[in-house]
Design a protein around this ligand. Structure first.
Ligand code: SF4
Length: 94
């Protein structure tokens, strides 16, 4: 039955619990870093976006904790941790 769902619908079945502070943060001064500018097209949850001036912003609600941005950007660009215990994604499909 759920095999007919597209990716967006499947992601909509997941539950996201927000914790305290965001678990991923763009380091100050890195908003236009070339590696970070790749993320709007790489993040599977679509959480990165590019503003008018080319600065990248991130909203962590809905993060799949896949680690793609951590690997692509590295610790010089992102502070990356898993969410606090009890927060984050709960997969409901696949
Ligand atoms: S961990 Fe994955 S889903 Fe979360 S912000 Fe990074 S690329 Fe997007």
């Amino acid at each position: 039955m759920t095999d007919a769902l597209d990716l967006k619908a499947k992601l909509g079945l997941d539950v996201f619990k927000t914790g305290g502070a965001p678990h991923i943060r763009i380091r100050e001064g890195q908003e236009r870093a070339p590696r970070l500018r790749r993320m709007p097209s790489l993040c599977p949850a679509g959480l990165y976006s590019e503003g008018d001036g080319g600065a990248i912003t991130l909203t962590v609600d809905g993060c799949l904790e896949c680690g793609t941005c951590r690997l692509v950007c590295g610790p010089e660009v992102l502070e990356w941790d898993y969410p606090e215990g009890g927060a984050g994604v709960q997969y409901r499909y696949g």
